[in-house]
Design a protein around this ligand. Sequence first.
Ligand code: HEC
Ligand SMILES: [Cu+2]
Length: 339
Amino acid sequence: MSRGKRLTLLLAVFAVFALVLTGCEEPAKSVFDPKGSAGEKNLDLIMLSVYIMTFVFVVVMAIYFYVLIRYRQKPGDNTIPKQVEGSMKMEMFWIIIPVILLVILAIPTLTTTFTLAEKPSEEEDALRVKVTAHQYWWEFYYPDLGIKTAQELHIPAGKRVHLELTSDDVVHSFWVPELGGKQDMTPGRTNHMWLDAKEPGVYAGRCAELCGASHALMNFEVVADEQSDFDKWVAKRQKPSSEPRTAEQEAGKKVFSQNCMSCHAIEGTELKTSGGKGPDLTGFGERQKVAGLLENNDENLDKWLKHPDEIKPGTYMPSFDFLNEKDMKNLKIYLESLE
Ligand code: HEC
Ligand SMILES: [Cu+2]
């Protein structure tokens, strides 16, 4: 292969890498663009290690090239250079410098790690949320407000939120790239972390620990609202509108009570005998997504109810493709009417 061809091939390979690595998806949700104080602290740590690594790389490369050029074999010179075996001075030099660099890295890493896991003080009046991870969904319980919801963590912007993280089955990990994490969620144990969102907005969340077939689909959203909008949301969640208002909704509620109550509860009705295996569906009609993944509309809800395992392989939600068309239609109408 000629030199020109090789170069072209190399460039083509790099172009493909660049394409794959940047991804063609929606705008990147990135730890490099934090939207809250915990996220900023994480970025500071990342940048510190990047600076130290860059420094080491530059110094090592400079020495490398200096030695390569300065001590190369000169034409006609066949003498063997002085052979050196062991040098206390040199060895101390390259042990002590990395130790110093590691200490410079370790101190802020440890202090930040502990700071991010600190429980906010009583006086601060931070919002408390208990987060329980399940295969493959998220449960959010606000103990001081008496609200239970799923897939969408609502928080007021500009306020610290204290999260108590645990898991119902296997190890999961809580991660909102722009706001904070990652923090393990281990069954039988509660880990603490806090985060805040400086501005109102919707921030993507992920499970960051391989937890089963649908691990990569275990998405959620953090919805940060102005305090007044958050208060409105709270009021609505505390007094949900769950009773049917039309005949179709009434019929849908009946289908629900016959098929779904072993796993799902709806507050504001008598449908509360949930075994808790599935997310609380109170206010489902107002959720942005179905199962934290698909846009919440009739078509996607249909897909989910008929074949949930085609959307999230391994889910505990059974298929309801046996319901007749009318029952299915009424059920969907009832679910979307929940506010
Ligand atoms: C055996 C338990 C079980 C039964 C019975 C069940 N589900 Fe589910 N359901 C689940 C689980 C588990 C999930 C969470 C799936 C996930 O996202 O990983 C779920 C998720 C859902 C969701 C998405 C919720 C959200 O927050 O986005 C809807 C809607 C739903 N189920 C409706 C129903 C309806 C309607 C019925 C009855 C026809 C039903 N389910 C019966 C276990 C069940
Ligand atoms: Cu998970």
